[in-house]
Design a protein around this ligand. Sequence first.
Ligand SMILES: Nc1nc2c(ncn2[C@@H]2O[C@H](COP(=O)(O)OP(=O)(O)OP(=O)(O)O)[C@@H](O)[C@H]2O)c(=O)[nH]1
Ligand SMILES: [Mg+2]
Length: 422
Amino acid sequence: MFLDRVKISIKAGNGGNGSTSFLRNAMTAKGGPDGGEGGKGGDVIFKATQSLNTLYDFRFHKKFIAENGENGSKKLKSGANGKNIVISVPCGTVIIDAKTNKVIADLNEDGMEFVALKGGKGGHGNAYYKSSIKQTPHYSQTGEITVAHEVILELKTIADVGLVGFPNVGKSTLLSCVSNANPKIANYPFTTLYPNLAVCEVKGQTFVVADIPGLIEGASEGQGLGHYFLKHVERVRLILHLVDISQSDGRDFINDYKIINSELKKYSEELVRTPQIVVFTKVDLLDEKTLTERLNRFNSNVGESYICISGATYQGIENLKLLTLEKLSKIPKKPPLLVEDYDFDKRDYSSLQITRDDDGSFVVSGGKIDNFIRGVVLSDTRSFAYFQNRLQEMGIIDLLKEKGLKNGGIVKIKDITFEYTE
Ligand SMILES: Nc1nc2c(ncn2[C@@H]2O[C@H](COP(=O)(O)OP(=O)(O)OP(=O)(O)O)[C@@H](O)[C@H]2O)c(=O)[nH]1
Ligand SMILES: [Mg+2]
């Protein structure tokens, strides 16, 4: 089975919490704060590798979670950072944010890495907050909590040459003639159900050939298997357009040629601009006279140059390899997709809303609060005092007062509900 599109879920590790702790031992009854820092969460990293060529491994494994950072602890001990998770994908994998459908990375080279999600930051321990005016901070910061995201992995085969044509015209046969590949070959349409890649060597140089499942009329609209696989042709530099000139399946070969080109064009304007070599196959099945007649008809009807081959007698195969190499030397490699810097979490750190609940309490919400609340561990009355001071500094108390908050009023901020006292 060949799998070239999957949806998976990824999540970076949470940051570890900072610790609130004070040095206590026989010598120091009242030591200073010694709560250590929380560790950073692990990143989610994708890595392209040549050793994979389908997304098959993702069939059952769809959740990837990097390790959380450890919490800080006493004696200024920082929590360990969470381990990154490295997800190996085949070269040519495009990563798409499932929510926005935006391409966020194009891993088109072996070894290429992409950090899709950064681990959450660790929280500060209370030792971090010690200052000349605050000798004994009783608060620490929680680690950053990360969220899971869904991404689509889409494999776009990276080959130099794509073999394109109707089913049964001899594409897989040609692949087996020019490489060590052993694709399934049979005298019925749609023998090839997924692209086969193989390396062809000519004069000490190599290029990669992709044998694509057969296309039929309407392929660009989803007929047959074509639509599904045309994306694998998108990135080839050269198309070998195979046409069965023996007409062994009873179709007119010139018509075949035109239909395939029109399907390529319908799929994308760029595909039709990809250079082609027209390859007439199965010439061994025709006598001299019929072959000449058909070639003449092609010349006057279409007028493109072509090459004749036979997978049965190997006629023309060597010439085709040389011509392919020569053409490729003049066509630059396709650049990776242009991907802008992408941020999954366009986090909102500034919005702030104050609303009233039915019971008259004041509810404070918004991105500014989410970020702030992260920095607060309400462990005792002293940390609560810090919390109120910060609300004051951020101007939130003033805003609440503008909205009518009075002494004794109830304020709700996330999970915290408290009575306001002046
Ligand atoms: N006589 C002759 N038969 C050929 C030639 N090339 C292919 N065939 C035969 O044509 C049939 C189809 O060949 P394949 O290579 O499987 O064709 P394909 O284009 O890969 O077909 P799909 O994968 O179904 O799209 C097989 O029976 C081959 O043996 C050729 O040059 N001469
Ligand atoms: Mg085939």
